[in-house]
Design a protein around this ligand. Structure first.
Ligand code: ADP
Ligand code: MG
Length: 370
Protein backbone atom coordinates (compact mmCIF):
# COMPACT_ATOMS: atom_id res chain seq x y z
CA UNK A 1 0.00 0.00 0.00
CA UNK A 2 1.21 3.47 -0.76
CA UNK A 3 2.08 5.67 2.15
CA UNK A 4 0.05 8.86 1.68
CA UNK A 5 1.08 11.86 3.71
CA UNK A 6 -1.83 13.95 2.45
CA UNK A 7 -5.25 12.99 1.16
CA UNK A 8 -7.92 15.30 -0.24
CA UNK A 9 -11.35 13.74 -0.53
CA UNK A 10 -13.99 15.65 -2.50
CA UNK A 11 -12.64 18.94 -1.23
CA UNK A 12 -14.86 21.87 -2.18
CA UNK A 13 -14.72 25.63 -1.62
CA UNK A 14 -17.64 27.82 -2.60
CA UNK A 15 -17.38 31.62 -2.93
CA UNK A 16 -20.84 33.08 -3.43
CA UNK A 17 -22.26 30.75 -6.06
CA UNK A 18 -18.95 29.78 -7.65
CA UNK A 19 -17.26 26.51 -6.81
CA UNK A 20 -13.66 27.77 -6.70
CA UNK A 21 -12.57 24.22 -5.85
CA UNK A 22 -15.02 21.54 -6.91
CA UNK A 23 -14.88 18.05 -5.37
CA UNK A 24 -11.14 17.66 -5.72
CA UNK A 25 -9.58 14.38 -4.65
CA UNK A 26 -5.82 13.86 -4.48
CA UNK A 27 -3.41 11.54 -2.77
CA UNK A 28 0.12 12.77 -2.14
CA UNK A 29 2.79 10.17 -1.42
CA UNK A 30 5.41 10.68 1.24
CA UNK A 31 8.64 12.09 -0.22
CA UNK A 32 7.34 13.22 -3.60
CA UNK A 33 7.18 16.61 -5.26
CA UNK A 34 3.55 16.95 -6.27
CA UNK A 35 2.46 19.93 -8.37
CA UNK A 36 -0.90 21.57 -8.88
CA UNK A 37 -0.70 23.07 -12.35
CA UNK A 38 -3.29 25.20 -14.08
CA UNK A 39 -4.14 28.66 -15.41
CA UNK A 40 -4.72 31.62 -13.14
CA UNK A 41 -8.00 31.39 -11.23
CA UNK A 42 -8.42 27.60 -11.50
CA UNK A 43 -8.31 27.10 -7.71
CA UNK A 44 -4.68 26.19 -6.94
CA UNK A 45 -4.09 28.71 -4.15
CA UNK A 46 -7.47 27.99 -2.59
CA UNK A 47 -6.63 24.26 -2.55
CA UNK A 48 -3.27 24.93 -0.90
CA UNK A 49 -4.83 27.27 1.67
CA UNK A 50 -7.35 24.58 2.61
CA UNK A 51 -4.50 22.10 3.08
CA UNK A 52 -2.67 24.63 5.28
CA UNK A 53 -5.79 25.43 7.31
CA UNK A 54 -5.91 29.05 6.15
CA UNK A 55 -9.26 28.44 4.48
CA UNK A 56 -12.26 26.38 5.62
CA UNK A 57 -13.73 23.62 3.44
CA UNK A 58 -17.38 23.67 2.42
CA UNK A 59 -17.43 19.96 1.60
CA UNK A 60 -15.08 17.00 1.71
CA UNK A 61 -12.17 16.38 4.01
CA UNK A 62 -8.39 16.65 4.27
CA UNK A 63 -6.34 13.92 5.94
CA UNK A 64 -2.76 14.58 7.03
CA UNK A 65 -0.75 11.47 7.89
CA UNK A 66 -4.00 9.51 7.88
CA UNK A 67 -5.76 11.78 10.39
CA UNK A 68 -8.53 14.23 9.43
CA UNK A 69 -7.40 17.85 9.87
CA UNK A 70 -10.41 19.33 8.10
CA UNK A 71 -13.77 17.57 7.97
CA UNK A 72 -16.68 20.00 8.19
CA UNK A 73 -19.30 17.22 8.25
CA UNK A 74 -17.80 16.06 11.53
CA UNK A 75 -16.89 19.54 12.78
CA UNK A 76 -13.18 18.80 12.65
CA UNK A 77 -10.79 21.68 12.00
CA UNK A 78 -7.16 21.70 13.09
CA UNK A 79 -5.76 25.27 12.99
CA UNK A 80 -2.73 26.03 10.80
CA UNK A 81 -0.09 26.24 13.58
CA UNK A 82 -1.05 22.78 14.80
CA UNK A 83 -0.67 21.21 11.35
CA UNK A 84 3.08 21.81 11.29
CA UNK A 85 3.35 22.32 7.54
CA UNK A 86 5.98 24.63 6.06
CA UNK A 87 4.66 27.33 3.73
CA UNK A 88 6.11 29.72 1.18
CA UNK A 89 3.75 31.94 -0.74
CA UNK A 90 4.42 34.26 -3.65
CA UNK A 91 3.51 37.30 -1.59
CA UNK A 92 4.94 35.90 1.61
CA UNK A 93 7.93 38.23 1.81
CA UNK A 94 10.45 38.01 4.61
CA UNK A 95 10.36 40.64 7.35
CA UNK A 96 12.38 43.67 6.22
CA UNK A 97 13.23 44.93 9.73
CA UNK A 98 14.93 41.67 10.68
CA UNK A 99 18.26 40.03 9.81
CA UNK A 100 18.51 36.67 8.07
CA UNK A 101 19.13 35.07 11.47
CA UNK A 102 15.99 36.62 12.97
CA UNK A 103 13.84 35.78 9.96
CA UNK A 104 14.85 32.14 9.68
CA UNK A 105 14.96 31.60 13.45
CA UNK A 106 11.50 33.05 14.07
CA UNK A 107 9.46 29.83 13.86
CA UNK A 108 11.89 28.11 16.27
CA UNK A 109 11.76 31.00 18.74
CA UNK A 110 7.98 30.69 18.72
CA UNK A 111 8.55 27.07 19.72
CA UNK A 112 10.76 28.11 22.64
CA UNK A 113 14.22 27.53 21.15
CA UNK A 114 16.85 30.22 21.89
CA UNK A 115 20.52 31.03 22.41
CA UNK A 116 23.29 29.12 20.70
CA UNK A 117 21.02 26.21 19.87
CA UNK A 118 18.85 28.55 17.80
CA UNK A 119 21.85 30.06 16.02
CA UNK A 120 23.30 26.62 15.26
CA UNK A 121 20.07 25.42 13.74
CA UNK A 122 19.68 28.55 11.63
CA UNK A 123 23.27 28.19 10.40
CA UNK A 124 22.63 24.57 9.49
CA UNK A 125 19.56 25.29 7.39
CA UNK A 126 21.23 28.28 5.71
CA UNK A 127 24.08 26.02 4.70
CA UNK A 128 21.62 23.90 2.71
CA UNK A 129 21.05 26.86 0.39
CA UNK A 130 24.62 28.19 0.47
CA UNK A 131 23.84 31.24 2.60
CA UNK A 132 25.56 30.58 5.95
CA UNK A 133 27.91 33.54 5.43
CA UNK A 134 24.93 35.91 5.32
CA UNK A 135 23.42 34.97 8.67
CA UNK A 136 23.70 38.49 10.14
CA UNK A 137 22.81 40.40 7.00
CA UNK A 138 19.75 42.68 7.22
CA UNK A 139 16.91 41.50 4.97
CA UNK A 140 16.87 44.61 2.73
CA UNK A 141 20.47 43.87 1.70
CA UNK A 142 19.54 40.60 0.02
CA UNK A 143 18.79 39.98 -3.66
CA UNK A 144 15.39 38.63 -4.71
CA UNK A 145 16.72 35.10 -4.98
CA UNK A 146 18.39 35.30 -1.59
CA UNK A 147 15.19 36.57 0.00
CA UNK A 148 13.30 33.67 -1.50
CA UNK A 149 15.90 31.25 -0.12
CA UNK A 150 15.48 32.84 3.31
CA UNK A 151 11.71 32.36 3.03
CA UNK A 152 12.26 28.68 2.17
CA UNK A 153 14.71 28.26 5.09
CA UNK A 154 12.18 29.83 7.44
CA UNK A 155 9.59 27.33 6.21
CA UNK A 156 11.79 24.26 6.67
CA UNK A 157 13.68 25.13 9.87
CA UNK A 158 11.32 23.25 12.17
CA UNK A 159 11.56 20.27 9.84
CA UNK A 160 7.99 20.04 8.62
CA UNK A 161 7.19 16.80 6.82
CA UNK A 162 5.18 18.69 4.22
CA UNK A 163 6.26 21.89 2.48
CA UNK A 164 3.65 23.97 0.65
CA UNK A 165 4.99 26.26 -2.08
CA UNK A 166 2.63 28.62 -3.90
CA UNK A 167 4.30 30.09 -7.02
CA UNK A 168 7.39 30.83 -4.93
CA UNK A 169 9.57 31.87 -7.88
CA UNK A 170 7.19 33.98 -9.92
CA UNK A 171 8.77 37.27 -8.79
CA UNK A 172 12.24 36.17 -9.87
CA UNK A 173 13.81 36.63 -13.29
CA UNK A 174 14.04 33.68 -15.66
CA UNK A 175 17.64 32.74 -14.91
CA UNK A 176 17.18 32.81 -11.15
CA UNK A 177 13.95 30.88 -11.49
CA UNK A 178 15.79 28.02 -13.24
CA UNK A 179 18.43 28.03 -10.52
CA UNK A 180 15.87 28.03 -7.68
CA UNK A 181 14.00 25.16 -9.32
CA UNK A 182 17.11 22.98 -9.24
CA UNK A 183 17.83 24.12 -5.70
CA UNK A 184 14.39 23.19 -4.40
CA UNK A 185 14.65 19.78 -6.00
CA UNK A 186 18.07 19.14 -4.43
CA UNK A 187 16.87 20.42 -1.07
CA UNK A 188 13.83 18.17 -1.21
CA UNK A 189 15.99 15.13 -2.02
CA UNK A 190 18.45 15.97 0.77
CA UNK A 191 15.75 16.46 3.39
CA UNK A 192 13.42 13.75 2.13
CA UNK A 193 10.40 15.99 2.70
CA UNK A 194 7.20 16.03 0.70
CA UNK A 195 6.52 19.13 -1.38
CA UNK A 196 3.13 20.29 -2.60
CA UNK A 197 3.94 22.87 -5.24
CA UNK A 198 1.63 25.27 -7.06
CA UNK A 199 2.41 26.88 -10.39
CA UNK A 200 0.83 28.06 -13.63
CA UNK A 201 4.13 27.46 -15.47
CA UNK A 202 4.15 24.16 -17.34
CA UNK A 203 7.95 24.03 -17.69
CA UNK A 204 8.35 24.55 -13.96
CA UNK A 205 5.86 21.74 -13.31
CA UNK A 206 7.42 19.34 -15.83
CA UNK A 207 10.96 19.86 -14.56
CA UNK A 208 10.33 19.86 -10.82
CA UNK A 209 7.60 17.31 -10.22
CA UNK A 210 7.38 13.61 -9.54
CA UNK A 211 3.66 13.90 -10.28
CA UNK A 212 1.39 16.65 -11.55
CA UNK A 213 -2.32 17.35 -11.19
CA UNK A 214 -3.62 19.62 -13.95
CA UNK A 215 -6.52 21.77 -12.71
CA UNK A 216 -9.13 23.65 -14.68
CA UNK A 217 -12.03 25.69 -13.29
CA UNK A 218 -11.86 24.17 -9.82
CA UNK A 219 -11.60 20.53 -10.80
CA UNK A 220 -8.78 18.13 -11.45
CA UNK A 221 -8.44 17.08 -15.08
CA UNK A 222 -5.69 14.47 -14.76
CA UNK A 223 -2.98 13.25 -12.39
CA UNK A 224 0.24 11.58 -13.54
CA UNK A 225 3.99 11.78 -13.97
CA UNK A 226 5.27 14.59 -16.20
CA UNK A 227 5.99 12.21 -19.09
CA UNK A 228 2.64 10.41 -18.76
CA UNK A 229 0.81 13.72 -18.83
CA UNK A 230 2.80 14.97 -21.79
CA UNK A 231 2.68 11.78 -23.87
CA UNK A 232 -0.81 10.60 -22.94
CA UNK A 233 -2.98 13.56 -22.01
CA UNK A 234 -6.46 12.38 -21.01
CA UNK A 235 -8.30 15.52 -22.11
CA UNK A 236 -7.86 18.23 -24.74
CA UNK A 237 -7.34 20.73 -21.92
CA UNK A 238 -4.32 18.85 -20.57
CA UNK A 239 -2.99 18.29 -24.09
CA UNK A 240 -3.13 21.99 -24.97
CA UNK A 241 -1.96 23.24 -21.57
CA UNK A 242 1.17 21.09 -21.54
CA UNK A 243 3.34 22.05 -24.47
CA UNK A 244 2.66 22.67 -28.13
CA UNK A 245 0.19 20.59 -30.12
CA UNK A 246 -0.68 20.39 -33.78
CA UNK A 247 -4.40 19.64 -34.17
CA UNK A 248 -5.91 18.54 -37.50
CA UNK A 249 -9.60 18.32 -38.32
CA UNK A 250 -11.17 15.31 -39.98
CA UNK A 251 -13.44 12.27 -39.78
CA UNK A 252 -12.96 8.75 -38.55
CA UNK A 253 -12.41 6.20 -41.27
CA UNK A 254 -11.75 2.48 -41.45
CA UNK A 255 -8.78 1.46 -39.32
CA UNK A 256 -6.55 -1.58 -39.42
CA UNK A 257 -4.28 -3.57 -37.07
CA UNK A 258 -5.74 -1.89 -33.99
CA UNK A 259 -5.11 1.53 -35.47
CA UNK A 260 -7.79 4.17 -35.86
CA UNK A 261 -8.17 5.66 -39.33
CA UNK A 262 -8.50 9.44 -39.64
CA UNK A 263 -9.38 11.15 -42.92
CA UNK A 264 -8.47 14.80 -43.40
CA UNK A 265 -11.42 17.02 -44.31
CA UNK A 266 -9.51 20.27 -44.74
CA UNK A 267 -7.37 21.73 -47.47
CA UNK A 268 -5.27 20.10 -50.13
CA UNK A 269 -5.06 16.76 -48.29
CA UNK A 270 -8.81 16.22 -48.09
CA UNK A 271 -9.42 12.49 -48.03
CA UNK A 272 -5.86 11.55 -47.07
CA UNK A 273 -6.05 8.86 -44.38
CA UNK A 274 -3.70 8.86 -41.42
CA UNK A 275 -3.52 6.04 -38.86
CA UNK A 276 -3.17 6.48 -35.15
CA UNK A 277 -2.41 4.04 -32.36
CA UNK A 278 -3.82 6.24 -29.62
CA UNK A 279 -7.32 7.56 -29.21
CA UNK A 280 -9.74 8.90 -26.62
CA UNK A 281 -12.95 7.73 -28.31
CA UNK A 282 -15.80 5.97 -26.55
CA UNK A 283 -16.56 4.13 -29.76
CA UNK A 284 -15.09 4.25 -33.22
CA UNK A 285 -17.90 5.29 -35.57
CA UNK A 286 -17.17 5.59 -39.26
CA UNK A 287 -17.42 9.21 -40.53
CA UNK A 288 -17.77 10.73 -37.04
CA UNK A 289 -16.10 14.14 -36.73
CA UNK A 290 -12.75 13.91 -34.98
CA UNK A 291 -9.42 15.62 -34.35
CA UNK A 292 -5.94 14.24 -34.67
CA UNK A 293 -3.15 15.69 -32.54
CA UNK A 294 0.62 15.35 -32.49
CA UNK A 295 3.45 17.15 -30.69
CA UNK A 296 5.49 19.20 -33.22
CA UNK A 297 8.74 17.51 -32.13
CA UNK A 298 7.25 14.12 -33.11
CA UNK A 299 6.70 15.18 -36.72
CA UNK A 300 9.46 13.96 -39.01
CA UNK A 301 10.26 16.30 -41.85
CA UNK A 302 11.64 14.76 -45.05
CA UNK A 303 12.25 16.17 -48.52
CA UNK A 304 9.34 15.49 -50.88
CA UNK A 305 10.06 12.22 -52.68
CA UNK A 306 9.81 11.65 -56.45
CA UNK A 307 7.19 8.94 -56.01
CA UNK A 308 4.91 11.13 -53.87
CA UNK A 309 3.91 10.90 -50.24
CA UNK A 310 4.87 8.01 -47.97
CA UNK A 311 2.20 6.39 -45.78
CA UNK A 312 1.02 8.41 -42.77
CA UNK A 313 2.39 11.60 -44.22
CA UNK A 314 1.10 14.99 -45.23
CA UNK A 315 2.52 17.44 -47.72
CA UNK A 316 3.97 20.70 -46.39
CA UNK A 317 6.05 23.62 -47.53
CA UNK A 318 8.87 25.47 -45.77
CA UNK A 319 7.70 29.09 -45.60
CA UNK A 320 10.56 30.55 -43.59
CA UNK A 321 13.85 29.16 -42.38
CA UNK A 322 15.95 30.41 -39.47
CA UNK A 323 19.43 29.09 -38.79
CA UNK A 324 19.94 28.96 -35.00
CA UNK A 325 23.32 27.22 -34.86
CA UNK A 326 22.63 23.65 -33.79
CA UNK A 327 19.51 23.37 -35.97
CA UNK A 328 17.07 25.21 -38.19
CA UNK A 329 13.75 26.54 -37.03
CA UNK A 330 11.28 26.38 -39.87
CA UNK A 331 7.78 27.70 -40.30
CA UNK A 332 6.03 24.99 -42.26
CA UNK A 333 2.73 25.41 -44.07
CA UNK A 334 0.30 22.54 -43.53
CA UNK A 335 -2.27 21.46 -46.15
CA UNK A 336 -5.12 22.89 -44.06
CA UNK A 337 -3.56 26.38 -44.32
CA UNK A 338 -2.14 26.52 -40.80
CA UNK A 339 1.56 27.16 -40.15
CA UNK A 340 3.59 25.43 -37.46
CA UNK A 341 7.09 25.89 -36.12
CA UNK A 342 9.33 22.83 -36.47
CA UNK A 343 12.98 22.13 -35.77
CA UNK A 344 14.98 20.74 -38.69
CA UNK A 345 18.41 19.18 -38.69
CA UNK A 346 21.34 21.45 -39.51
CA UNK A 347 22.54 19.09 -42.22
CA UNK A 348 19.38 18.67 -44.32
CA UNK A 349 20.19 21.28 -46.98
CA UNK A 350 16.78 22.93 -46.43
CA UNK A 351 15.54 25.87 -48.48
CA UNK A 352 12.68 28.30 -48.22
CA UNK A 353 9.69 27.39 -50.47
CA UNK A 354 10.87 23.77 -50.50
CA UNK A 355 8.03 21.20 -50.59
CA UNK A 356 8.45 18.61 -47.83
CA UNK A 357 6.61 15.62 -46.49
CA UNK A 358 5.62 15.45 -42.85
CA UNK A 359 5.58 11.93 -41.44
CA UNK A 360 3.22 11.49 -38.47
CA UNK A 361 4.19 8.21 -36.73
CA UNK A 362 0.99 6.33 -35.71
CA UNK A 363 2.36 5.72 -32.20
CA UNK A 364 2.85 9.49 -31.70
CA UNK A 365 -0.53 10.66 -32.99
CA UNK A 366 -3.72 10.75 -30.94
CA UNK A 367 -7.32 10.82 -32.20
CA UNK A 368 -9.95 12.75 -30.19
CA UNK A 369 -13.73 13.02 -30.49
CA UNK A 370 -14.86 16.36 -31.94
N1 ADP B 1 -11.49 35.19 -0.83
C1 ADP B 1 -12.11 35.00 -1.99
N2 ADP B 1 -13.36 35.49 -2.19
C2 ADP B 1 -14.01 35.29 -3.36
N3 ADP B 1 -13.51 34.61 -4.41
C3 ADP B 1 -12.26 34.12 -4.28
C4 ADP B 1 -11.51 34.29 -3.08
N4 ADP B 1 -10.30 33.68 -3.25
C5 ADP B 1 -10.32 33.17 -4.50
N5 ADP B 1 -11.49 33.43 -5.12
C6 ADP B 1 -11.86 33.00 -6.47
O1 ADP B 1 -11.69 31.61 -6.54
C7 ADP B 1 -11.15 31.20 -7.79
C8 ADP B 1 -9.86 30.44 -7.58
O2 ADP B 1 -8.87 31.33 -7.08
P1 ADP B 1 -7.40 30.85 -6.73
O3 ADP B 1 -7.46 29.65 -5.88
O4 ADP B 1 -6.68 32.03 -6.17
O5 ADP B 1 -6.82 30.48 -8.16
P2 ADP B 1 -5.31 30.23 -8.65
O6 ADP B 1 -4.43 30.19 -7.44
O7 ADP B 1 -5.37 28.95 -9.40
O8 ADP B 1 -4.98 31.39 -9.54
C9 ADP B 1 -10.99 32.47 -8.59
O9 ADP B 1 -12.10 32.62 -9.42
C10 ADP B 1 -10.94 33.55 -7.54
O10 ADP B 1 -11.40 34.78 -8.06
MG1 MG C 1 -2.76 31.41 -6.95
Amino acid sequence: MDDYILQLEGVTKIYGKARAVDSSSLQIKRGEVFTLLGPSGCGKTTTLRMVAGLERLDEGRVLYKGIPVADPANRIFVPPHKRNMGMVFQSYAIWPHMTVMENVGYPLRLRGVGGSQLRDQVAKVLELVGMSAMIDRPAPMLSGGQQQRVAICRAIIYEPELLLLDEPFSNLDAKLRNQMRVEVKLLQRRLGITVLFVTHDQIEALTLSDRIAVMSEGHIEQVGSPSEMYDNPATPFVRDFLGQTVVLKGKLSAGSDGRVGFAMTDGASRGTVLYSKKHTLKEVTQDADAFLSIRPEDIQVLPMAEGGLAENSLPGKIEALLFVGDRYEARVLLPDGASILLHLSRTGGWKEDQPVQLALPPERTHVWPA
